[in-house]
Design a protein around this ligand. Structure first.
Ligand SMILES: Cc1ncc(COP(=O)(O)O)c(C=O)c1O
Length: 375
């Protein structure tokens, strides 16, 4: 059997990784400024993370949710405290799309409405409902769900009021920072307006923190810069530092209904242990603060580089926009300077390094980036 050829891939195979570095089959070292698409939060192969997962699998790796798994309660309690949502409940699943799919359903179970408002340039996943609230029509298929979706411009409070004022919108789904859309940070006032209009119209506010959460933005969640509390918060990526785990944080205003949601793999022993280890390391090593500090340092320096049109983002989620297409620059960075970076569209670099990045490695990246830019 061959693999279904649906992703473009580089001819590089990482076989080892440590902290912010990756090593290929020939032992060549790379700087990781992509974090496997924002997944690596505490750093590759963190010894504490590796130790805890190994210990857990020696005991028990999996059993179904038909029995008690006290690691789930331990994880939920820890996440509630670290994220400042101790009064919310946690529903655990396995991927970002699955978390958003469940959040959209929870909202609809709650108010029985059918319409969803999303924003232009959004990305929320590729499952049936999440792809329809994703503003990339080439991903849509003829069987995709969500009966009615309205895409509004990010920041357009008047249109938001008009749409929600009709009283038939089940939920509004918004990213903490738009990632795939180009690292676009919604402004604080817009988040606050959104909270107010959702409250006035009994519309559920879903904050997709799948890419921007877990310290990536320099706060635990990007929406916390605006001081709002969403009704549902979806998390994945940095939550497991590579172990597939995701979840929905559910406001106390939602009553739990027995049998309404379910999962086979969600919240398994290994996923919980990976999550606990991530939170423990984040706390011990002050990684949220580090993300803010090193992110500011990096953004200040990036703004001064030649040819750069705009630098956007928060913490260690950084977009660098160029007038020219970036593909040749990105290839040179990878193949000549040995640096992994992300991209969105043809003109924007997306930097998503592990949150343990230090200033020395940030400088090393800047040196290599300059070598490519100044050529
Ligand atoms: C903001 C956001 N939401 C949802 C998803 C979907 O996550 P997954 O690929 O784990 O299904 C992504 C993935 O990139 C994302 O960036």
């Amino acid at each position: 059997m061959k693999l279904l050829n649906v992703y473009p891939r580089w001819n590089i195979e990482p076989v080892k990784a440590q902290g912010c570095k990756i090593y290929d089959r020939d032992g060549v070292e790379y700087l990781d400024f992509y974090g496997g698409h924002a997944v690596i939060s505490i750093g590759h192969s963190h010894p504490e993370y590796v130790r805890r997962i190994k210990q857990q699998i020696d005991k028990i790796g999996f059993y179904s949710n038909s029995v008690l798994i006290s690691l789930q309660d331990e994880y939920a309690e820890k996440l509630g405290n670290v994220s400042a949502y101790p009064d919310y409940s946690l529903f655990m699943v396995n991927s970002g799309a699955e978390a958003n799919e469940n959040a959209l359903k929870l909202a609809a179970f709650h108010n029985r409405r059918k319409k969803v408002v999303a924003f232009r340039k959004s990305f929320h996943g590729r499952t049936s409902a999440t792809v329809r609230v994703t503003d990339i029509s080439r991903y849509w298929s003829s069987i995709d769900g969500v009966s009615e979706v309205v895409f509004l411009s990010l920041g357009d409070t008047d249109s938001l009021k008009e749409e929600l004022g009709q009283g038939d919108v089940s939920s509004v789904i918004i990213e903490g920072i738009q990632g795939v859309g180009g690292v676009i940070v919604p402004n604080i006032k817009f988040f606050q307006d959104l909270r107010i209009v959702c409250d006035q119209t009994d519309t559920v506010l879903i904050l997709d923190e799948i890419q921007s959460g877990f310290g990536r933005s320099g706060r635990f969640f990007a929406h916390q810069y605006a001081g709002i509390r969403p009704d549902l918060i979806t998390v994945a990526k940095g939550m497991g530092n590579g172990f597939p785990v995701s979840g929905v944080l559910v406001s106390p205003k939602f009553a739990a209904v027995m049998g309404q949601l379910g999962t086979t793999f969600g919240g398994n022993h290994l996923a919980c242990m990976a999550g606990i280890a991530v939170l423990d390391v984040m706390e011990k090593e002050n990684l949220v603060m580090n993300s803010d500090r090193v992110g500011r340092y990096l953004m200040d320096k990036l703004k001064k580089l030649p040819k750069v049109k705009e630098v956007r983002g928060l913490g260690l989620m950084i977009g660098i926009e160029f007038e020219e297409p970036i593909e040749p620059l990105r290839d040179k960075l990878l193949f000549e300077q040995k640096v992994f970076t992300g991209a969105t569209g043809a003109h924007v670099f997306r930097l998503l390094p592990p949150l343990c990045l230090n200033k020395e490695l940030a400088d090393e990246f800047l040196d290599r980036f300059c070598r490519v830019l100044l050529r």
